[in-house]
Design a protein around this ligand. Structure first.
Ligand SMILES: Nc1ncnc2c1ncn2[C@@H]1O[C@H](COP(=O)(O)OP(=O)(O)O)[C@@H](O)[C@H]1O
Ligand SMILES: [Mg+2]
Length: 337
């Protein structure tokens, strides 16, 4: 998929709280709405073979959870979209492994849009409570129960996306395990042990950073969850270290409207920062979207070096010492030492 004409960085998230009511259920959820340019994508991907939106039927109230206008996912023929589609269709769930900024969340939105699946997203690194995820009574007495996010997914179906799944707190992981079986169910102990069968079209995608000796700050995913994942897909940056992807240079050159030479510098620096992030030397590795932001400042008539100050250097860390490492690297590769 080489469609570089399309947007890649327009995933502007707008969090809104939405209340959905009908006689059967009450949903009170946070929805990440995606505002994007409209593209007709489906012809670029062969996902229908595995996940056919015409064969799913969800409560129309969930329509607003189906992502819209997701930009294309750029890859080198790895067919990630189709492989995720296949994993979900065969096994109902899969795991995405890759450093932050490699497009894991992006591709989940894309798959959900192409397959017409409502998306329930949870970032496990955030301090989300068991109540938010499983549900609770509100007000006095036992009249007003509100399903949590995981409960809603289990009941009504769609894709549950657990971002940074290895950061999940143990109390949540323990409750999640019985649901992870393809024909799993959940027991709402807080609601008179109500048993909810996993909806037939309830899919699960987990994502995480690779756990390796040199990768700082990650911990392995718990064994129960590992055992239940049949497919593991590895993601990496388009360019990293000495491996430079011409398509990423093209993209930055064209989308930002800067010279080829400047685009090359930005991608080379980005690739080196990513390498150092992957080896634990830096706290952050830039995504293609981050590099594009840097290039956009350059396009306004600022030098690569000056533009780096308010973008890539500040983005990588708040610490002066780390910023200095990045600055030196920018100077070295941008050739103005
Ligand atoms: N292969 C890719 N094709 C298109 N956009 C990408 C790709 N990889 C990353 N991006 C962009 O980079 C940014 C970070 O991606 P994201 O999905 O948040 O990464 P992750 O979830 O792996 O941390 C987003 O703006 C995303 O659109
Ligand atoms: Mg993500």
């Amino acid at each position: 998929m080489n469609n570089l004409e399309n947007e890649t960085d327009h995933r502007i998230k707008e969090i809104s709280t939405s209340k959905v009511n009908n006689e059967k259920f009450t949903l009170n959820i946070q929805i990440s709405k995606l505002k994007r340019n409209t593209h007709v994508l489906s012809k670029n991907y062969d996902i229908k073979k595995y996940l056919d939106s015409a064969k799913f039927s969800f409560n129309p109230e969930l329509d607003e959870l189906i992502p819209k206008d997701t930009p294309p996912y750029l890859d080198n023929g790895e067919k990630y979209v189709e492989r995720i589609g296949r994993a979900l269709s065969f096994f109902k769930q899969c795991a995405l492994i890759g450093p932050s900024g490699t497009g894991k969340t992006h591709i989940v939105y894309l798959v959900a849009e192409l397959a017409g699946l409502p998306l329930w997203e949870i970032n496990c690194g955030l301090q989300t409570s068991v109540f938010d995820l499983f549900g609770r009574y509100v007000g006095l007495g036992k009249e007003n129960w509100i399903d949590g996010l995981i409960t809603s997914w289990c009941r009504y179906g769609g894709i549950l996306y657990l971002d940074e799944a290895n950061m999940m707190k143990q109390d949540i992981a323990t409750r999640l395990n019985p649901i992870l079986d393809q024909r799993g169910h959940m027991v709402l102990t807080e609601k008179d042990n109500e048993i909810i069968q996993r909806h037939k079209d309830a899919f699960l995608i987990i994502s995480m950073n690779p756990v390796s000796s040199e990768f700082a700050g990650t911990k392995p995913i718990n064994a129960a969850m590992r055992r239940r994942m049949s497919v593991w897909l590895n993601f990496d940056y388009m360019s990293v270290g000495a491996k430079i992807d011409e398509k990423e240079i093209d993209l930055v050159e064209r989308k930002a409207g800067i010279s080829r030479q400047d685009a090359e510098k930005i991608i080379k620096i980005g690739a080196e920062l990513r390498k150092q992030y992957k080896s634990g030397e830096l706290p952050y590795g830039p995504s293609v979207g981050d590099l594009l932001n840097w290039a956009k400042i350059v396009a306004d008539g600022v030098s690569v070096l000056i533009a780096a100050e308010e973008t890539i250097i500040a983005l990588t860390s708040d610490e002066g010492e780390i910023q200095q490492i990045v600055r030196k690297l920018v100077q070295k590769i941008a050739g103005t030492q």
